[in-house]
Ligand binder design. Structure first.
Ligand code: FES
Length: 118
């Protein structure tokens, strides 16, 4: 299981308080999954939703903001609908609050409410 001491190796610019906060938000995870999004390689924790991974990546890098007012996180509102492509597959729309990152996954279109600085 990873924690703040392991995360710092991937996010050296993040401060200790943010690392602790992020680990408090995440379900236990064993590693980071590289997901490509509009020219940026995101490192998202496994065994967590894409939504939570995006939120935490934004906190750790300062490069992605989340408008919390838009999302229910319960799979009901569909505001988190995100266009992805799994390795070797056709694009599809998934709910970011339900889907988990996978190696080779690409995010083609982020849900409204996420702002990525490329
Ligand atoms: S945030 Fe509402 S369905 Fe995902």
């Amino acid at each position: 299981m990873m924690g703040p001491d392991e995360l710092i190796a991937f996010f050296p610019a993040a401060d200790g308080e943010t690392l602790q906060m992020v680990c408090g938000l995440l379900a236990p995870f064993d590693g980071l999954v590289r997901v490509h999004c509009r020219g940026v390689d995101l490192q998202l924790p496994d065994r967590n939703s894409l939504w939570r991974g995006l939120q935490c990546w934004g906190m750790l890098t300062g490069r992605l903001t989340t408008d919390f007012s838009k999302f229910c996180l319960a799979g009901n509102c569909r505001q988190c609908a995100t266009t992805i492509r799994r390795a070797g597959a056709e694009p599809e729309v998934v709910l970011a609050c339900k889907a988990e990152p996978e190696p080779g996954m690409e995010i083609l279109e982020l849900a409204e409410g996420f702002e990525l600085r490329t």
